[in-house]
Ligand binder design. Structure first.
Ligand SMILES: Nc1ncnc2c1ncn2[C@@H]1O[C@H](COP(=O)(O)OP(=O)(O)OP(=O)(O)O)[C@@H](O)[C@H]1O
Length: 234
């Protein structure tokens, strides 16, 4: 792959959920280092689209390429390798509450092929620094605030230096000020070169931190760059 190739290319894709089509004729690309919001009403298909990108929902029609992986014919055994290119911040992937922060992070590193203790320790220190929580490694998740826990979830997503962070409502359960801090964290991560695709209902973000927007609306995905957005879509 050439370095200026898009990280994600979606061409004429149809997104299915529970056997029924949710989004049709989906076309967009994501370039290295882009920041993109994904918006749309409840039930419009944001989560389904994100799940299709990380191969949790099968792609039944059209083409999606992520880095070197073609999703329409991806083999089951290649899915873990695809996911190493992606950092995932989803409500379904909570921290283990019976382990320390460091143990939570070691679990993911081991599961993704790391075994050298010194290297794991170094990488954990790096990601904790990156999310501004350098000193919490020995704490249990319940000893942290909601915003701090979310920072650890982001740190976990960064462990394998993903090309793209996929985030589904990462600020959903947080106070407005804490939500803003988490948003800033995503922008900081983005500045260091990681692309971000973030589903959100928080439209104030679009004003305070403008970026490209994809909008799920009436079974289609509209792109603020190529066609503008529907103001009635959210
Ligand atoms: N597991 C499932 N089985 C069947 N249908 C589902 C399933 N999950 C979601 N759906 C349906 O798929 C459609 C899209 O849902 P999706 O969760 O992708 O929307 P969303 O835009 O992320 O919504 P929200 O903003 O509420 O998170 C909805 O009609 C929903 O009811």
């Amino acid at each position: 792959m050439f370095s200026d190739d898009p990280i994600v290319r979606v061409k004429d894709a149809q997104i299915f959920q529970g056997g029924k089509p949710i989004l049709d004729n989906v076309n967009f690309s994501i370039q290295k280092g882009e920041f993109i919001y994904l918006i749309g009403r409840t039930g419009s298909g944001k989560t389904s689209l994100l799940k299709t990108l990380y191969a949790d929902l099968p792609l039944q029609q059209g083409h999606i390429a992520i880095s070197d992986f073609e999703l329409h014919n991806i083999r089951k055994k290649d899915i873990p390798y695809l996911r190493r290119k992606l950092g995932i911040v989803f409500q379904d992937f909570q921290l283990f509450f019976d382990r320390t922060v460091t143990e939570n992070l070691i679990f993911v590193l081991r599961a993704t092929g790391w075994y050298d203790s010194a290297k794991m320790k170094k990488r954990i220190a790096e990601v904790l620094m990156q999310v501004g929580l350098g000193s919490v490694g020995n704490k249990m998740p319940h000893q942290l605030s909601g915003g701090e826990q979310q920072r650890i979830v982001v740190a976990r997503a960064l462990l394998n230096e993903p090309l793209l962070l996929l985030a589904d409502e990462p600020t959903g359960n947080l106070d407005p000020e804490v939500a803003e801090e988490i948003l800033k964290l995503f922008f900081d991560i983005n500045k260091s070169g990681t692309a971000v695709l973030m589903a959100t209902h928080n439209h104030a973000f679009l004003q305070t931190h403008p970026a490209r927007v994809l909008q799920c609306y009436q079974g289609q995905v509209q792109d603020s760059i190529t066609e503008g957005l529907s103001s009635t879509g959210y």
